[in-house]
Design a protein around this ligand. Structure first.
Ligand code: 8YV
Length: 328
């Protein structure tokens, strides 16, 4: 029997990072690399002092029902809609996330997805693979939409939204945004961004990019009536969370040509994807990879481990969400 404190690591991390943890902790490690069932999660959390989880494990009152010594659950993600924070606070469990370290990588990906969607890069590849290139002409091509000098509308202007805005400036794009609260004048200037209402953004943007956190209030921020406001030539990019877009309504809009195309990194009920979306050609699909470079995923794990170690050493974790739980 080891006398090291016991922690849970809910999914595979890089082997050297795991080995480092194993020097200080007895690690309960989910080898299966599949999301733990609620029953498994409840059982695992009942016997550990800390846990590193991804955005897929729901940490709520039920998951915490039998905890005895649990001090911290550290999300390896910036979004923490998988946390019921009041329930965690009620159980005196610290909640942490991984902001900043993934901002640029995620903004890069948002822009890559936008470019791939507007310029129909996935469809073009299929075009070649399906032997359709023999029909090339000036008009006989997957014709796309321009990014340069178009208007990008960003909904959710946190760190990642601002990163996308700065990239858009390099393309000579006009940047408009909508957010819960307005940025400071200095921040608006740095992003070259103008604040508009959600309706105006949807009506005027050539490219709509979603980067807002998922909360009950943000459920289906984009549904049939919002899509109806968009230009038929517009693209919609979701790198935020599934559930922010009504995927069934989006599939209908893509199939009927109500908007030009969509790029999705996140889905309602992922890893399941709405079957009607899979039938659309004017879509670029990605399996939630916006933060997926080795450098950034390592940095996310490092920050989550830093949070975990701090909490277990009685120190304030650097990205503590429920500060009221920390007692110095
Ligand atoms: C993660 C993310 O890869 O940070 C987030 O909020 O969505 C991604 O960077 C994913 O949640 C796995 O933890």
């Amino acid at each position: 029997m080891s006398n090291k404190p016991k922690i849970l690591v809910s999914r595979a991390i890089f082997p050297d990072q795991l080995a480092q943890l194993e020097k200080s902790f007895e690690v309960r490690f989910n080898q299966a690399d599949q999301v733990l069932t609620p029953v498994e999660l409840q059982k695992e959390l009942s016997s550990v002092v800390g846990a590193l989880v991804t955005g897929s494990e729901r940490i709520d009152a039920s998951a915490l029902l039998n905890v005895k010594d649990l001090k911290i659950v550290a999300n390896i993600a910036v979004g923490y809609n998988n946390f019921d924070v009041p329930a965690m606070s009620a159980a005196a469990v610290m909640a942490t996330n991984t902001p900043d370290v993934l901002t640029d990588t995620t903004a890069d990906f948002g822009f890559a997805l936008l470019m791939a969607t507007a310029r129909r890069i996935s469809e073009s590849e299929h075009w070649i693979r399906n032997g359709q290139w023999d029909k090339w002409s000036i008009v006989h091509n997957p014709l796309g939409m321009d990014l340069h000098h178009s208007t990008i509308g960003i909904i959710g202007m946190g760190r990642i939204g601002q990163g996308i805005a700065k990239r858009a400036l390099g393309f000579g794009m006009k940047v408009i945004y909508h957010n819960r609260s307005r940025l400071s004048e200095a921040n608006e200037k740095a992003c070259g961004a103008s604040y508009v209402s959600k309706e105006e953004l949807l009506r005027t943007a050539d490219h709509v990019v979603l980067v807002l956190p998922y909360t009950p209030q943000n459920h289906h921020t984009i549904g049939a009536s919002e899509i109806a406001l968009m230009k038929p030539t517009a693209t919609l990019i979701n790198i935020a969370r599934g559930g922010i877009v009504d995927d069934a309504a989006l599939a209908k809009a893509l199939q009927s040509g109500k908007i030009f195309a969509a790029g999705l990194d996140v889905f309602e009920g992922e890893p399941q994807v709405h079957p009607e979306l899979l039938k659309c050609n004017n879509i670029v699909l990605a399996p939630h990879i916006a933060s997926a470079t080795e450098k950034t995923r390592r940095a996310m794990v490092d920050l989550a481990v830093e949070n975990l170690r701090a909490a277990l050493d009685g120190k304030k974790p650097p990205s503590l969400i429920n500060t009221e739980v920390f007692k110095a």
